[in-house]
Design a protein around this ligand. Sequence first.
Ligand code: NAP
Length: 418
Amino acid sequence: MSVFEGLKLTKIKPPSEGERIRFEKGSMVVPDVPVIPFIEGDGVGPDITAAMRTVIDTSVRKAYAGKRRLAWWEIFAGEKSHDLFGEWIPEDTFEAIRYFRIAIKGPLTTPVGGGIRSLNVTFRQTLDLYACVRPVRYFQGVPAPLKTPEKVDMMVFRENTEDVYAGIEWAAGTPEVEKVRAFLAGMGAEIRPGSGIGVKPISETGSKRLMRVAIRYALDHGSRSVTIVHKGNIMKFTEGAFRTWCYEVAAQEFGDVTVTEEQVEKKHDGKIPAGKLLINDRIADAMFQQILLRPEEYDVLATPNLNGDYISDALAAAVGGLGLAPGGNMNDEIAFFEATHGTAPKYAGLDKINPGSLILSAVLMLEHMGWNEAADLVVKAMEKTIGSGVVTYDLARQMGSSIEVSCSGFARAICDNM
Ligand code: NAP
């Protein structure tokens, strides 16, 4: 059995094979057989996780001829964890993700009532996964509301820990809200009686670290621009400050490789100097128009939490829906990938649902590990599969002529097309 020094588990056994991903001088070092902790998820989770593993294992085997392999290791959260351990997310699960640094999960049911927070939010906050990443691109053949969905190819970096999602709010009519109202009245801000009150914190630290990863990603991937999406014209000291801090990071830390839209206009005759990454900003409502009208002009978006939530789903819808939208949550050391849809309980165990979102999240994971050859194999095979009309029920019902396959059937078709 492998030895994992310092891994502290109380309820589950350590992995029986594989190695830990490590960092050397700030860079990630991925062994040939990394341990990848996975959470199956509730509802349709087991179906899509099995499909995802089939596809990803096949791609890795084909890309590296057996030299590389993923050592999958199950960890627990959600209903399965509650049944086994009486806890929705055991400490072992947080420990495993921190220790192994990359993990992937299916959807989790949010327990209703009893004051239990969303498990997804708990993961993000407990592990301080400050950036939510959502790539959005079009797959040929998928019915989409946009006339030219193939022009959409964006990566959304959404701040994940602050903003109105910080969970600081008081219900109308409670003694707490009355205290807050009284305090605000003392500050000269009258709030109408009978109001609920929420707080929207946005910090320099939170904004700058988000912009930093967005710029690094853009530079690493040869993107043309990073667009700051904010509502700073109205919320000056939160969203407006987000904009200011994002521009500051670009100027102070990446000044030699970035140029702002204003500089392009004033100093460079309207032309982006060769080799420079354009930094610009758009007010959120205008950006919602831009993604429909001129999507080809945008590459990487950096957004506060709420804007990012809305815009990443709107973008996913523009190219044909959430069934194919991947996502991940990360910080400087940990990356945790996930299906972006929910548990779709009515399809649980039916081997029916579209596993595309989780498969593409795993592609994002492979790219994050630098295993781009395997990632490319999956994307090309998925393009070929959907392009030839072989799809799950959700796409089949929208497409004129298609061959409907099951969740596992879709995975097999992708493997056959690799
Ligand atoms: P949902 O599970 O995403 O499902 C809503 C509908 O979306 C499904 O009935 C299905 O539509 C369609 N759909 C979702 N995923 C699909 C896929 N992979 N392939 C094809 N169609 C798909 O949303 P919900 O019903 O609002 O939420 C159910 C539970 O999931 C809740 O407990 C919620 O808290 C949880 N949830 C978890 C996450 C997460 O873990 N990240 C995210 C969202 C929600 P049709 O019926 O029209 O086919």
